[in-house]
Design a protein around this ligand. Structure first.
Ligand SMILES: Cc1cc2nc3c(=O)[nH]c(=O)nc-3n(C[C@H](O)[C@H](O)[C@H](O)COP(=O)(O)O)c2cc1C
Length: 218
């Protein structure tokens, strides 16, 4: 047996999550997400707000990475990053993005798709001010996703910024701030026994405000 096959045999997990009844689901997917996030917090899932964010450039070439969800509401799902990063470049070219949460302890996955826009500058300022000072300094020092000649350059830049703003507030760099993904699609996935998993999908009904709720084959 080759090693990959051995690994998948060893790690084959049975999912014993409780079944989903779509009738128990909220008509509002944001509210439903809130319930599942609460469950994840109660079950002490590690970093329940860590989320995979997929973006793509203008040609459709995708890229993914983990970011931390900072807030969610009817407006959308927000995260903070450098506008000059690879994801920033891609969102500039193509505002469609997808988020995937994985809460292993609950055998649950949530997928959210939609369009992303920048948060208003005042909201980014307010969040930046609330961050620990080292995080503020690192946001100023980092030219996120650009090539770095040596680790030393980064450490020196951080040291210089620390000196420059000694006893003063660190201002938010213009190219750092928040994004909000306005959802158009949700999928709630619950792992179940015998691989007969549940999938509940919410999609928009044309331009009308409500959501259509449907099941998908696993
Ligand atoms: C648990 C975790 C949380 C992260 N949170 C963030 C975040 O909130 N914002 C961010 O810009 N990068 C975050 N990162 C780093 C990103 O995954 C990524 O390396 C960085 O944003 C550059 O991505 P890009 O080159 O695709 O733009 C996090 C990484 C991990 C593993």
């Amino acid at each position: 047996m080759n090693s990959i096959r051995r690994m998948t045999t060893l790690f084959r997990t049975e999912y014993h999550g409780e079944g989903l009844d779509p009738d128990d689901f909220s008509n509002d997917p944001v509210e439903q997400f809130g319930k599942w996030m609460e469950d994840a917090l109660l079950r002490k899932v590690m970093e329940p707000n860590a989320v995979h964010l997929a973006t793509a450039d203008a040609s459709g070439k995708p890229s993914g990475r983990i970011v931390l969800l900072r807030d969610f509401s009817q407006r959308g799902f927000t995260f903070f990053t450098s506008y000059g990063s690879r994801k920033g470049d891609e969102l500039q070219q193509n505002k469609h993005a997808a988020m995937t949460f994985f809460w292993n302890e609950l055998y649950r996955q949530v997928r959210i798709g939609g369009k992303v826009s920048k948060l208003p500058a005042e909201e980014s300022d307010a969040y930046f001010r609330s961050r620990p000072r080292e995080s503020q300094i690192s946001a100023v020092a980092s030219r996120q996703s650009r090539f770095l000649e040596s680790r030393e350059l980064l450490e020196r830049a951080a040291y210089e910024i620390e000196e420059k703003f000694r006893d003063k507030p660190v201002p938010r760099p213009e190219n750092w701030g928040g994004y909000c993904l306005e959802p158009e699609y949700f999928e709630f996935w619950q792992g179940r026994e015998r691989r007969l998993h549940d999938r509940v999908v919410y999609s928009r009904r044309g331009d009308s405000p409500g959501w259509t709720i449907r099941l998908l084959y696993p």
